[in-house]
Design a protein around this ligand. Structure first.
Ligand SMILES: Cc1cc2nc3c(=O)[nH]c(=O)nc-3n(C[C@H](O)[C@H](O)[C@H](O)COP(=O)(O)OP(=O)(O)OC[C@H]3O[C@@H](n4cnc5c(N)ncnc54)[C@H](O)[C@@H]3O)c2cc1C
Length: 400
């Protein structure tokens, strides 16, 4: 059986790995000329962690990961107003947590692919002809066309596969009221000030977080509220405008902000579809069920979902049955995370001074003994045994 996977992101590379392991012939299409360097730190835990363990990726991910001691919220003068010990969160997850840059997670997945899996760069899918009975044909921007038994749309929140097969993006994206940006720069003083921890501005309406990377670089993660989902033409100008009012190290970060094509910039949204499969096409990862950065688990769900989809394709009687079983099993997991993310939209970034005080008080309370379990369940949501059931890993899903 042959699968075309559109997108060499986390979902696409993970499903390529698993399908290859089950004897499928796999081609991965990626629109960019090579691996994307743009990135942000991912807290990797939950179902994707279970999948990574079963795929033997944990040692490499630990090598690539970063030890983060705590998340602290600092005011405009740099004074810490509240903090959250990261070890408490990690403890609540039984230690099953790795902080890793998104491009490094993709690197580990790429390294895990055998050479026989074709990853085609500069291969932008533009059209899909689904012959529902038994095959699908995709056309690329350069005019090439490829045929397969199955097309997996793992092409992210703005999925082209979804647009071609299921309908226009506006029908399926639920905007959550924020824009987000991420970029890196080098500066020895800022690096020294933020190394070892995740430092966030304790601010209203717009928040910037900084952390030190290896090699003296600093990574920036920024999020701000706006009722308008429209993306700016010039990301650097938009970032400089949106965060100009913040103090501490932010003015320096804005000064060193790279050109727009080196900035990750997007709206914060969720993909919500009544059905993830049509004929011989199926959606996976953010294309199907983006949960948004508010859930902090999109990468984990992308990888967990990839594992589950591949297991069903390997064990079901036919492709149709496999796709149906995948959606039946995975949809409740993704929807639970989407709901939790929507609930957290109020406190994630305070809207006013009163909310800022509430968040500070909540973080102070979190220092009390026993509260780490509550923190863990609030951040990570309901633990799910779904991936573990497929992996054959024997350890139980820890109750939080
Ligand atoms: C700021 C931020 C912080 C986050 N933090 C976390 C976190 O802490 N923990 C966590 O688990 N998740 C986190 N996430 C979410 C996570 O990054 C995403 O959910 C995850 O990357 C989704 O993976 P994916 O493979 O589905 O999509 P993507 O990573 O978007 O990959 C899609 C790929 O498809 C390619 N593509 C698109 N269109 C085409 C086309 N037409 N033809 C060919 N290729 C195409 C793209 O170039 C891309 O490489 C965060 C997200 C953001 C924005």
């Amino acid at each position: 059986m042959k699968a075309i996977v559109c997108g060499a992101g986390i979902a696409g590379l993970a499903v390529a790995n698993r399908l290859d392991a089950h004897g499928w012939d796999v081609v991965v299409l990626e629109q960019f000329p090579g691996p994307r360097g743009q990135g942000y730190m991912i807290d990797f835990f939950g179902p994707g962690y279970d999948a990574a363990e079963a795929m033997g990726l944990l040692p490499r991910l630990r090598e690539l990961g970063y030890p983060i001691s705590e998340a602290s919220f600092v005011d405009e003068s740099g004074r810490v107003r509240a903090s959250l010990g990261f070890h408490r969160f990690a403890n609540a997850l039984g230690g099953d947590l790795i902080s890793v840059l998104r491009p490094d997670l993709e690197l580990a997945l790429r390294e895990s692919l055998p050479e026989r899996v074709d990853v085609l760069y500069n291969a932008r899918l533009t059209d899909v002809t689904d012959n529902a009975a038994h095959s699908v044909r995709v056309t690329l921007a350069d005019g090439r066309s490829l045929d397969a038994d199955l097309l997996i749309g793992a092409d992210g929140i703005h999925s082209r596969v979804r647009r071609e097969v299921f309908g226009p993006e506006d029908d399926f994206l639920r905007y959550l009221g924020f824009h987000t940006a991420a970029f890196t720069f080098a500066d020895p003083d800022v690096h020294a000030a933020v190394q070892g921890g995740f430092h966030l501005t304790d601010s209203i309406g717009a928040q910037m977080g900084l952390y030190g990377l290896r090699g003296g670089r600093v990574a920036v993660f920024a999020v701000h509220r706006t009722s308008d989902p429209t993306l700016p033409v010039d990301a650097r100008t938009a970032v400089r405008d949106a965060y100009a009012g913040l103090g501490w190290l932010v003015p320096r970060a804005l000064q060193l902000c790279p050109p727009s094509d080196e900035i990750f910039y997007d709206q914060v949204a969720q993909s919500v579809l009544p059905c993830w499969r049509r004929g011989r096409t199926v959606l996976l990862g953010d294309a199907a069920n983006a949960v948004s950065l508010l859930a902090g688990q999109g990468a984990s769900l992308a990888m967990g979902g990839a594992f589950v989809l591949a297991e069903h394709l390997a064990s079901a009687a036919d492709v149709e049955e496999a796709l149906q079983r995948y959606e039946q099993e995975w949809r409740p997991v993704a929807e639970e995370r989407q709901q939790a993310a929507r609930r957290s939209a109020h406190w994630f970034l305070p809207e006013n001074r009163a909310m800022l005080h509430v968040r500070r008080a909540a973080l102070r309370l979190s220092a009390l003994p026993g509260v780490d379990r509550l923190i863990g369940s609030t951040i990570s949501g309901k633990p799910t045994p779904v991936v573990r059931r497929h992996t054959g890993l024997t350890r139980d899903c820890r109750p939080l």
